[in-house]
Design a protein around this ligand. Sequence first.
Ligand code: SF4
Length: 208
Amino acid sequence: MTLRSLKVGGLVPMTTVDYPGCLSAVIFCQGCPLRCRYCHNSDLLPREAETVIPWREILDFLKRRQGLLDAVVFSGGEPTQQRALPDAIAEVSAMGFKIGLHTAGIYPKRLQAILPSLDWVGLDIKALPEKYESLTGMPGSGDLAWQSAQILLESGIPYELRTTLHPALTSHNEKARIEEAIATFGESQHVWQVCRTDHCLDPNLRSS
Ligand code: SF4
């Protein structure tokens, strides 16, 4: 048990889609400094929440899944916002699980520090750097995310860059420019994801 426990806002006990090729559990870390207009996880955004699942319960759950699951994915929220993440990763890794991370990459130094502990990373590239602030509400978030992408690709760790498309936010022209910018990394693993529009943080983006 770590002194400073990871704050967990949710858990998916078993999934085949959150870590390519692996049967995994997903731990949703509480808290995110961004406020992406299309975010559909608004309950996970505050650092503090009443719905937090005690870390001890997460470890007990994972003990019962040893040999049944291949991997554990730390998702969010933004997992790297929490200082307790490296210790949590170490505990879960010691149980024999592969470690996956979903991140928006806004803490490149923290990402770089934990990369050796990770087996796979899904990194959001949300927009061109200059468009980030209007999407996330955080000045400088674009440069940080693209910096993280560079670090991740240089690390050689298996990864996927993911860009979520909302029709009201990303024009055809911008989509092409994002593709061009990602191509400057060389051959890279990049996917487009269709935005869920039912619970967007920005009510103007909701479909219903
Ligand atoms: S979509 Fe944006 S605001 Fe929502 S959890 Fe992910 S990074 Fe944070």
